[in-house]
Design a protein around this ligand. Structure first.
Ligand SMILES: [Zn+2]
Length: 104
């Protein structure tokens, strides 16, 4: 029924981990998300994972609901107080440095 759906860029994140978490949140809301790693194109030098560039695209018709999912997700999102890594909704401690998250 949907013909050649138009795709819009929803957001840009810095790590594949973050992109995967966001895509999971979108897909659990019924919105197919396309994760596109631009890192290799934007940065040919394998210098640092800190400069990764990952785009998340959704169909144009899903753009507005996807933004709402993203806003809700941002409200829930937690970062490690020690190293600043994004913690997934199910993560009880930071995988990057092992620091437990702040008590809610
Ligand atoms: Zn950490």
């Amino acid at each position: 029924m949907a013909e050649a759906a138009e795709i819009k860029r929803l957001t840009i994140v810095r790590t594949m981990e973050e992109a995967t978490i966001l895509a999971g949140a979108l897909e659990s809301a019924g919105i197919p998300a396309h994760v596109i790693d631009k890192t290799f194109h934007a940065e040919p030098i394998p210098m640092s994972r800190l400069f990764n560039w990952v785009e998340i695209h959704v169909a144009a018709e899903d753009f507005e609901p996807a933004r709402k999912v993203l806003a809700d997700f941002d409200a829930l999102e937690r970062h490690c107080p020690q190293c600043g890594a994004l913690l997934g909704p199910d993560e009880l401690h930071c995988e990057a440095c092992g620091e437990p998250p702040p008590a809610a």
